[in-house]
Structure formats: structure tokens, C-alpha cells
Design a protein. Structure first.
Lengths: 321, 321
């Protein structure tokens, strides 16, 4: 495939086209993913997440700038799990105004939900691999929002940076509990605001409580003022330390294996599920099962179990001589 | 099942026990869901969502209070998709301090992610049905956070109230685009703050842009100061109007059908997927497929497709005489 060759050569237009095919779930996207997969696994991936309004984009811009200064080529995937209907138009607009948008060593792309969350997560992984195969050395994965979606998306990052700011409201306590668990590095951005030191202490205390064995990585809590480019070099240094830690402890390989395992598992479920649904619809079994549910005579789970049992049984019957 | 009878009689302890079984995915939970399903479909469901820090809990507390004043029994399901690891402990603490927590006509329960998002969504639907079967007239579904998770969870609400406040940061623009699409009623809370009228106008303009046919529901934008119980009666009145609109236009039935359709579809995928995975693991096909992926010789999607094809083929072979 000519597109694959050009992409592997680092051609930006080929890369852009490949990403679009992937986002649109074009039939070619699967072949493309299969063709580039053997050429992946070299790039370093870095995730940046946190609740809305903490300045993630500014931090990412600053990190891109610092990485470029060392000559590394940088890809940015900005994932927006919050706008299933906006099609990412807003995020896209913001991206065009970004620093580095005209640097040939930087490639920025936004991804938005177009339907189910699982789809977005799969797209993210695929796009990271396309950038990897196209020769980008560092890939930054940025997500807008906060929640389970980030956890799914951050699977594709080897190092996850969680950003918070002083003065977040009440409910952020709940969010914090979740994202602390995925954070390899914690950043308190807008650290010139009141309450920054208090938040740092609070986060360190929380991490202390959750600390595991003495041998494991202890997430640092770092202060930044991203709008003034302050503290970002320390963040990048911490990311480098984390990578070296993972490599030397053997966790890097274990982490990659866990990710790929989860990905194949998810795809098996998807494909098997789709086969069952296709059968149910074409055989007319779907309509009768659903009308039982609508009449509240059968509950949804029993109806689904009945359909799947019949699907697997039908495969058996069909194969009889 | 004795538990079912007691639950249908409105016994609170039976209800609490049933919810715990559901949350823990106890083997009994499926039977329980099947047994109560024919007794569901009576309660009115109301969803309350929006980004962190907008005062959702205070709004919900106020709505509970108003509903109780008319004699209706009210269930509250507070769903926390943001803390996959905290087990909802933080949300649980906050709930104990709530107004109405000691009123026998009010039942409040929190649900947190314990693994995949789909699980949480299924739990929410099941718990809403348990409350419905136990005779609660109004069920409020509250979610912390903002994003795709809410969209999934709000499927279970007939009327969705989206809350915003003046002065939210930059990225909230992105969130707004998504949640506007699911909002039946928009609330600008903390409306005594500067910028409230501007936000109302902005939201009305956005709604105007997205407005469809003249016949369809036009989401009202309402101002509240929930901490002072101001404006909540108008929110409840709007929710009532929305319900009547859905009923008279036939959309209520269509909405319920769409939800149940999506639920059965999701369950078919889950069950078929699980059958395929169970086979792959027990047959040893899993390990060999995964090692091909880890060596980057086969990409994840091709590996998954191969496993599913073999799974369906194996069912065939097994059935041969």
C-alpha cells in the first residue's frame, strides 16, 4: 500500500490521511493498522490529563516546545471525550491557534467522540501507533475532561501526568481520588495562585497514604506556571526519570503487555458481539425478543441471554451435514 | 424470592440489600432484576448532570424537598463515574450529610465505578428499576463529572437537567457543546454571581442555533440559587411540562423503546463477547494469539478477528456427529 510506505517515510499528508481513515472507521483502516503495527513500539508516550480549566493545553504546548529544543519530533493527540455530538469542532479550533502548529517537527491532531467511548479509545490507540510508525519520537496524549474516559485513554500512555490547580471546587475531591491512582507525575499548575502549597501538601499526604512497597515509583508533585513556562523542564525531567525507572524495573514491558492484552480482549468482545447482533437482526430473532422486553414480560438480560444462546446454537445447527 | 416480595412492598432494608447485590454483581442480581422488571415503568426519572463544582447535590437536595412536599416518594441515585478506584467512598460520605437522609419517603444511594464504565451504566439502570419496583414515584439520577459517562448514564432519565454556573473556565466550552445536546432543561445555578445573565443569553443563543423543527421541545434556561432554595420550583415545573410534552407527543414511548433497545444490544455484545473470551482462554488459543501480538507480528485487531473466527468455527466442529 503506497499510503503505508509514505507514512513510514514520515510524509505528513499520508499521516493526516491515515488518521482520517482511522477516525472515520473506513474499511481500509484495519489494513492500515495491521500494516504499520510491526513498525510501532519505538515512540515514548506521555499522557496529560486533569479536570477542565487546569491549563492542560498550555502545559502540553510548553512540553512540546521543550522536546523540540532537544531535536525530538513530537506528535500531539488531543482527545475530547466530553463532546460526543460536537464532533470536536471546538477543540479543533483551539488547536489551530497553538504554538508549534507550523513546525514541521510537530504534528497535532484532535480526536472527538463519535458515538461510543470504546470507539474513541480505540481511535486514540490507533492514532498513537500511526504517529509512532511515522517516526515521531515523543507522543503526547492530552484529554479534556475528567473521569473514566481518561482512564481508558491513558492506557496508551507509558507515563501519565495529572494536572490540578489550587481552588478547584468541592466535587474535585471525588475526581482527585480517581486520577491520583493513574498519576505517575502530579502537577499543580497556576502555582502562583493562593493555595498552591496547601494543595501540594494535600496531594503528597494522599500519595503517602496510598504508597505501596518501598521499591515502587513514588509520583512527584511538581509546581508549574505553564503560561510563564515555569516548572515545565522539571516535569519533563520527571517523565524521563519515570521512563528509566520503568525500563530498569522491567515494568515497561509488563505495562505494554497489559495494554495489548486489554486491547485484544476488548476487540474479541466487540467482534463476537457484533456477529451475534448481526445474526439476531437478520434472523428476525431481534424483533421478537425486543417486543417481549417492551411489554415487560422479559427483562433485558434474560432476553439478551436467550438471543446469544440461540446464536451459538444456530451456528451448531447450520454446520450439521 | 422473599427478598423480591419485601422489596415490592417497599421494605427499605430489602431494597438496600437488593442494591448491594446488584452493585456486587452477585449471581442473584440477575434473577432479582428479572423478577422486578415486570413491576417497573411507573416511576418518573429525572437526571441532573453538569461539570464539577456547579452545585448539583444542592439542586438535587432542593428538588427532593419540593417533591416530598407534594407527598411523592423520592429515590436518589448519585452516580460517580469519576472515581474508578475510590469505590465512591467520598461521595458516600457527602451523602450521609444530606437533607432528607432521615425521611422514610426518601431513599438515597451512591454508585461508583468498579471497573468498566459499561458496568456502572448497567448498575444505574438496575438500581433505578429496583427503586421503581419498590414504589418510589420520582427517581433522581445525579452524576458527578462531565463527559461521555453522563451521556451513558442519562439514558435512564426521561428528563435531563444540565446545570452550569457563571465563570467556568475555557474548556467548559467543549463540555457545553456535548451536554447541551442531552439537556431537556438548562439551569444556571449560583445565579447571584456575576455573569449569570450573560451565560443565560449565551445558552439561549446556542440553543437557538441547534433548534430543530418547530414542533419539538425547546429546552428552557432557568436561573437558580440552590443554596437559598431560589428558582427550584420553576425547575420542577419545567420537568413536569417536559414529561407532559413527551407523553402527549408520543415521544415518551419512543424514548423508552430506544433505551431498552440499546440496553439489550449492549447485553448481547457483552454475553457473546464473554463466551468467545472464555473459549479462547480455556482452549489455550488466547496465549498463542497474544504472544504473536506482543512480538508485533500480528496487530491486535487481526489477532482478535482470528480468535473470533476460530471460536465460531469451533462451535461448528463440536456439533458434528
Amino acid at each position: 500500500m503506497d499510503l503505508v510506505d509514505r507514512l513510514l517515510d514520515g510524509d505528513r499528508r499520508a499521516l493526516a490521511r491515515a488518521i482520517t481513515l482511522t477516525e472515520n472507521e473506513d474499511p481500509l483502516a484495519g489494513d492500515l493498522a495491521a500494516a504499520v503495527f510491526p513498525h510501532t513500539g519505538r515512540a515514548r508516550t506521555l499522557g496529560v490529563t486533569g479536570p477542565p480549566g487546569v491549563g492542560k493545553s498550555t502545559v502540553v504546548d510548553g512540553l512540546v516546545h521543550l522536546e523540540r529544543a532537544t531535536g525530538r519530533r513530537v506528535g500531539v493527540v488531543a482527545v475530547d471525550p466530553t463532546s460526543p455530538f460536537s464532533g470536536g469542532a471546538i477543540l479543533g479550533d483551539r488547536i489551530r491557534m497553538r504554538r508549534g502548529a507550523s513546525d514541521p517537527g510537530v504534528f497535532i491532531r484532535s480526536l472527538a467522540t463519535r458515538g461510543h467511548l470504546g470507539g474513541l479509545s480505540w481511535h486514540t490507540g490507533s492514532v498513537v501507533r500511526l504517529l509512532d510508525a511515522a517516526g515521531f519520537d515523543t507522543i503526547l496524549i492530552e484529554t479534556v475532561g475528567a473521569g473514566q474516559a481518561e482512564v481508558e485513554i491513558m492506557r496508551y500512555a507509558v507515563t501519565t501526568i495529572v494536572i490540578l490547580v489550587p481552588g478547584l471546587g468541592d466535587e474535585v475531591q471525588a475526581i482527585k481520588a480517581g486520577i491520583l491512582e493513574i498519576a505517575d507525575i502530579l502537577v499543580v499548575n497556576k502555582a502562583d495562585r493562593e493555595g498552591a502549597d496547601g494543595l501540594v501538601r494535600e496531594l503528597e499526604a494522599t500519595l503517602e497514604l496510598g504508597a505501596g512497597s518501598a521499591a515502587s515509583w513514588k509520583p512527584p508533585v511538581l509546581k508549574t506556571v505553564a503560561t510563564a513556562d515555569r516548572g515545565l523542564d522539571a516535569v519533563l525531567a520527571a517523565a524521563h526519570d519515570h521512563y528509566l525507572y520503568l525500563e530498569s524495573s522491567g515494568s515497561l514491558q509488563a505495562r505494554l503487555e497489559r495494554e495489548l492484552n486489554a486491547e485484544v480482549r476488548g476487540l474479541v468482545r466487540d467482534l463476537a458481539g457484533r456477529a451475534a447482533l448481526d445474526w439476531a437482526r437478520s434472523a428476525g430473532a431481534w424483533d421478537s425478543a425486543l417486543s417481549e422486553v417492551l411489554a415487560r414480560r422479559t427483562d433485558p438480560r434474560s432476553a439478551a441471554a436467550g438471543l446469544v444462546t440461540r446464536f451459538l446454537g444456530r451456528v451448531q445447527r447450520k454446520s450439521r451435514p
